[in-house]
Design a protein. Sequence first.
Length: 240
Amino acid sequence: MNAPSEPQTSPITSATELFDTPSRPGQGMSLRAQLPSLLLNAVAPFVAYQALTNLGMGSVTALASSAVFPALGIGWSFLRIRRPDIIGVVSLTFIVVGVAAGLASGDPRFVLVKDSLMTGVFGILCLGSLVLVPRPLLFYFGRQFSSAGDPARAAAFESMWHYPRFRDVIRLMTIVWGVGYVIEALVRVGLSFILPIPVFLLLSPLLAFGVTVGLISWTVTHARRETRRRAAELRATGGA
């Protein structure tokens, strides 16, 4: 039997393998493994919102109705792996903030900057998680994307938190994402006041897309660099 050998693997070695080698087909740090979550928690609310507003439903009511999908995603995740789906949590938070802002704001300019509000809120959540919750927000994203619902892989990722360098890397990533999105949101809000509306409507999504791609690219590159660095240290020390 091979099962008894698993506890003998050091946490760091397990976590290195977590990043380097998927435990079975379809797992690993890829969007493919998270496709069901993305479809339920991100795509489905968007499609539902668009369909409902096209049918004549008010935007706030349609947005509130779309919350059923991330709520289902969070509930299903609790039933499967005893923890919430982080993509569903963020999606539901965005919807709640959007509904609240839609009810509170009568300014037509809000329509222009509502997307900036969402990215700004995400940036604030990232920065707030550094002091308000046990672990930074990107730790939970990393655990979900690297484990793909596998409890053993999630435990391997969890074990990395014991190591100061890993904590520093996760905190740095969370700071970069938080600051990046807060600045992006502030820039887009500022542009909404100084640019003609047609120009703003063209530039705003391009700016958001560029920032997101830049953050993802930096995060993947930085994570791979740190993984290779740690793997090299393990080889140099004989896996100690």
